[in-house]
Design a protein. Structure first.
Length: 265
């Protein structure tokens, strides 16, 4: 089965547009697909503004958020769709900078949360994504090991993302947790399509949006009939790491200081 799915993924990559656009040049009026994945750096206000712009033009039937739990999303169902009410309604939610998403939330007719419980992430780390995901693990390919090259690349990526502050030997668990989240986000989007119809938008980090091993790879396996567009958003004219349908690279970069300082305090 694994050998059968790789041609689907490679075909999607081979036929993608390689263009990169500045934020000022984007025009979402031509979008006509089933799923739009809009990646981001979580703390970049330009990325959030672009997502809100896309939602207002495309008017998706539902918007799935990595940043919200299902319970948090349900709590927003009757919140008036304006910036002030959304900012107030999200106070105390689990995502650190959730107030930065108030505009895209206000632009979303139906809000769906895809965040997983911490205990599920810990279980995937220790027991693997397949056991934690449940009965559909085989369908989503989680029971199959990654290729040696992909496993090594992803472990090194996690090692770098955690500032090399954790042993490299622990990164296999991090990869399993990432696989769980990607598959779970895909499953949530598929449920949204079945419930509300296409198009559905997914708001998530660039790592989850990449075509080669993120959420789109699970669509290619489970629902290859879907028309999926996945956008990576970069900064300072540099594209994000990974493969995408196309990228937006015109955003400025916020002052983040030293992201590794937290590991040395």
């Amino acid at each position: 089965m694994k050998d059968a799915i790789y041609p689907l993924i490679l075909a999607a990559v081979a036929t993608m547009s390689t263009a990169a656009f500045s934020f000022a040049a984007t025009d979402w009026t031509d979008f006509s697909g089933d799923v739009l994945i809009l990646g981001e750096f979580h703390d970049n206000p330009d990325h959030h503004a672009e997502q809100a712009k896309a939602a207002r033009i495309i008017v998706p039937n539902a918007v799935v958020f990595e940043m919200l739990t299902p319970a948090e999303a349900s709590a927003l169902a009757d919140t008036p769709r304006n910036l002030g009410d959304m900012t107030e309604a999200t106070e105390g939610f689990h995502w650190t900078n959730i107030e930065d998403y108030a505009d895209i939330l206000a632009a979303s007719a139906v809000i769906i949360g895809a965040a997983l419980p911490r205990e599920d992430m810990r279980a995937a780390f220790s027991d693997g994504a397949a056991q934690t995901f449940g009965p559909d693990a085989d369908t989503f390919g989680l029971a199959e090991p990654l290729s040696e090259d992909e496993q090594a690349a992803r472990e090194l990526g996690q090692f770098d993302a955690h500032c090399e502050a954790m042993p490299l030997e622990m990164m296999g668990g991090m990869v399993e947790a990432q696989r769980l989240r990607d598959a779970a986000f895909a499953r949530t989007v598929l449920t949204a399509i079945d419930t509300y119809g296409a198009p559905v938008m997914l708001i998530t980090g660039n790592g989850h949006a990449r075509l080669d091993w993120g959420v789109p790879a699970y669509f290619a396996r489970v629902r290859p009939d879907l028309d999926v567009t996945s956008i990576g958003q970069g900064e300072r004219q540099e594209p994000p790491e990974g493969v995408f349908s196309w990228t937006l690279n015109g955003a400025a970069s916020p002052d983040r200081g030293d992201p590794c300082a937290v590991f040395t305090q």
